[in-house]
Design a protein around this ligand. Structure first.
Ligand SMILES: [Zn+2]
Length: 254
């Protein structure tokens, strides 16, 4: 049931592209609140490589914030291209430190190719695994690979206060909380792109969600260095951002 992240390839067919475009218009839940009048930033880590739970968590905490970790329970304790994934004790430590634990399906399933019942099963398996370790049912969700099709989007939208995707954008009134945009802190141009989006969010007093993976000196193609994360959060501080979890942002936007 586990999808191998290392061998995954996005559906680049016309059909796949049309599905992505259509999904952004389907089963929407527009954000309402105008926000507290200052820009907000959420730092999210998907899959939870162990370095995200140690170095990543420390850097976010040093800037006075809490991060959101989207956990796919089947990955915990295994190895991957982003380095070893966190173990359950790391998830428990994150919770004790006040970070948010979100849901990312149990088997890191591509919900662009699932029906509704399979998507719900993936979520319930993850919730049961989390519950077995004392973690309550998450309020927020991230689509693995940012992918979703109609039935899973409709099926999961009532279960979570926000479902995060990977297309770029800000969260302002009208943005879809069932397929919320985010900007990736990954790759060579990550810092420049993220800072551009942060300046835009600061001007508009909007909410911006960053998505990240490993945080290490030699990061994977999906990760960043500790220095990059540090500079991005220094910049956020200078621009007057409040660091919030995704659950808190969703509460403000509802
Ligand atoms: Zn993922």
């Amino acid at each position: 049931m586990t999808t191998s992240i290392s061998t995954y390839e996005a559906d680049r067919s016309i059909r796949g592209k049309l599905r992505r475009r259509w999904m952004r218009l389907y089963a929407r839940r527009p954000a309402r609140g105008g926000g507290p009048g200052h820009p907000r930033l959420s730092v999210t880590f998907d899959d939870a490589p162990i370095t995200a739970t140690t170095t990543g968590a420390q850097i976010v905490a040093a800037h006075g914030g809490k991060a959101t970790y989207f956990i796919a329970a089947s990955l915990l304790g295994t190895d991957g291209l982003m380095g070893p994934y966190a173990a359950w004790r790391d998830v428990e430590r994150l919770r004790a430190q006040g970070h948010e634990i979100g849901c990312h399906t149990w088997g890191h399933a591509d919900l662009g190719h699932c029906d509704g019942p399979r998507a719900e099963q993936e979520v319930m398996l993850n919730h049961h695994a989390l519950a077995a370790h004392g973690v309550p049912a998450p309020h927020t969700f991230a689509y693995p690979y940012g992918e979703v099709s109609a039935a899973p989007k409709a099926a999961l939208s009532s279960r979570f206060s926000l479902l995060r995707a990977l297309h770029h954008g800000l969260i302002e009134p009208g943005a879809d909380l069932n397929q919320a945009p985010s900007v990736g802190l990954e790759g060579h141009s990550a810092e420049r792109d993220v800072v551009t989006w942060m300046r835009r969010a600061a001007e508009r007093k909007a909410w911006l969600i960053l998505n990240a993976h490993d945080v290490q000196a030699t990061p994977s193609p999906w990760g960043c260095t500790p220095e990059t994360l540090q500079r991005v959060l220094d910049c956020a501080q200078a621009l007057g951002f409040e660091l919030i979890t995704v659950a808190e942002g969703a509460r403000q936007a509802a």
